[in-house]
Design a protein around this ligand. Structure first.
Ligand SMILES: Cc1cc2nc3c(=O)[nH]c(=O)nc-3n(C[C@H](O)[C@H](O)[C@H](O)COP(=O)(O)OP(=O)(O)OC[C@H]3O[C@@H](n4cnc5c(N)ncnc54)[C@H](O)[C@@H]3O)c2cc1C
Length: 462
């Protein structure tokens, strides 16, 4: 670790970018056409597209801390087309064609996110070089081949992915012990703080007011109650994903899952040459406790994973302070994947929460009777999902029936999570099982997924 190692402080991205000046809080009771709670990407995209479609609407955003404080300012920067839910479940509820349409909306949303960032002036470091999934043992390779086989079935054509042999992967990035990989062009690298701060500014330029330091205490039909006054609005949008449990009656809706990250010091050209990662592809492995990795615009490697996935009674450190054990785990994984980086110092670690519904499928909901809309539960794939959600909520509020409002996650809800201590016991045990299964798959060299992980998937619904 570097001498100036930072643990928490929201995220490396927010720390490095520097927080914009705090915006004023709600001045008391006000009226608006649309009140959005949460200034993460869900809330901001919703505001952006509503104002694009209807500049005359009075849209306000209520944010407890500051825009980008949540997962949107802390994530791994994969703006990927990975679906925020399970294909088979969306196909079951909405039909196969609808599940395929969802995949294609995700492809388009990556392009859309890149285009908006460039057009609005916050896309300097947004690069669409795609996403690489690597298998670093035989069981991972077996799973990855299964995934590759299913892509075709999900409507992916040859232009949507390319299978890479270890030698082909070596030309893009040198990862230890690779059995095989695949690359897909449908992913862009973002700096999450730069992106979210940029989107917040773009939204403000369109006339939206973001009230920071203002906590919503209740969301009820046509009204948001806060610690600083009441916003009366025709429509209310709940966009607080991992923090949903703080609202009355919603404590078991999403499991607030921790995800933790570390970032290295800036690498030298020689170190970059050693690992051969010169592009801006995002990368992930296929372990049960998988790692997600970014080569940052300033030549660092940022790596994330589950760390300590869930705290008792859904508690978490708001500033993102990360357990020593998780930092060590992530640091070790970095060196396992890139042995050439042994000795490189870590500069920052942080954690955040993402929302996981009981069936691992995100949903977008709107009730015209109450005027309340919400979106979330993106299971760790919210960066692009929030863009699709924002445009979908726009259409639902404006009463337009579009391809977006027909997607299978519209109106999708999941049953509640179990009560404590069952929830904590189950989540902790499941992730211990996943770690055990990963160790066994490496130790034995088996090409079959360990039976304990299969069982854990069955129980968790993952
Ligand atoms: C460490 C980490 C890595 C991730 N990596 C990726 C990735 O690489 N790719 C990907 O696709 N997804 C990733 N995700 C998930 C993704 O970041 C989220 O799904 C997405 O950002 C959710 O956006 P959101 O706007 O719904 O929620 P958030 O960004 O969490 O925003 C919610 C906002 O609501 C505010 N809030 C909460 N309660 C209240 C209240 N009562 N009143 C007012 N405001 C309130 C919060 O302060 C916060 O600013 C990651 C998540 C984490 C934590």
């Amino acid at each position: 670790m570097s001498d100036n190692f930072i643990n928490g402080e929201v995220s490396f991205w927010v720390h490095a970018e520097g927080r914009p000046k705090q915006r004023p809080g709600l001045p008391g009771n006000i009226e608006a056409d649309v009140a959005i709670v949460g200034a993460g990407l869900t809330g901001l995209w919703t505001a952006y597209y509503l104002k694009e479609a209807r500049p005359d609407l009075n849209v306000v955003v209520i944010e407890r801390e500051f825009a980008g404080f949540g997962a949107s300012g802390r994530n791994g920067g994969w703006m990927s087309a990975k679906s925020p839910g399970q294909f088979r479940r969306y196909a079951k509820s909405g039909g196969r064609d609808a599940a395929i349409a969802m995949e294609h909306e995700m492809f388009a949303a990556v392009r859309e996110g890149v285009a908006v960032a460039k057009a609005e002036g916050f896309g300097e470091h947004v690069v669409q070089d795609g996403l690489i999934h690597v298998a670093t043992n035989n069981a991972q390779w077996d799973r990855l081949q299964g995934t590759i086989a299913s892509l075709k079935d999900h409507g992916w054509g040859p232009e949507d992915y390319e299978v890479l042999s270890p030698a082909m992967l070596d030309e893009r990035v040198r990862v230890a012990d690779v059995r095989g990989a695949y690359w897909s062009p449908h992913c862009a690298r973002i700096n999450p703080a730069e992106f979210t701060f940029g989107l917040a500014a773009a939204v403000e330029r369109r006339g939206v007011t973001i009230y920071e330091g203002t906590t919503a205490t209740a969301i009820v039909p046509r009204r948001v109650e806060t610690n600083r006054g009441v916003v009366s609005a025709k429509y209310v949008v709940q966009a607080i994903e991992g923090y949903t449990l703080s609202l009355k009656g919603q404590s078991r809706r999403f499991l607030p899952m921790n995800s933790s990250m570390v970032v290295t010091e800036q690498l030298t050209d020689a170190q970059m040459d050693e690992i051969g990662w010169h592009g801006a592809e995002l990368m992930g492995d296929v372990a049960h406790n998988f790692a997600y990795i970014q080569h940052t615009a300033d030549n660092r490697i940022a790596l994330g994973g589950r760390g300590v996935p869930y705290n008792f009674a859904s508690s978490f450190d708001r500033s993102g302070r990360t357990a020593e054990a998780a930092i060590e785990q992530l640091g070790n994984r970095l060196i396992e994947l890139f042995p050439a980086l042994d000795g490189v110092k870590l500069e920052h670690s942080w954690s955040g929460v993402l929302g996981v519904p009981r069936d691992w499928c995100a949903g977008v909901n709107f009730d015209p009777a109450t005027g309340i809309a919400d979106a979330g539960g993106y299971v760790g794939h919210g960066v692009t999902g929030t863009n699709v959600a924002g445009r979908t909520i726009r259409d639902l509020i404006l009463g337009e029936k579009t391809d977006l409002t027909r997607l299978p996650w519209v109106g999708h809800t999941s049953r509640n999570w179990e009560v404590e201590p069952l929830r904590w016991t189950a989540a902790t045990a499941l992730y211990a099982v996943y770690r055990f299964a990963d160790r066994e798959e490496y130790r034995t060299g088996t090409s079959k997924t360990h039976v304990s992980a299969k069982l854990a998937n069955l129980i968790s619904g993952r």
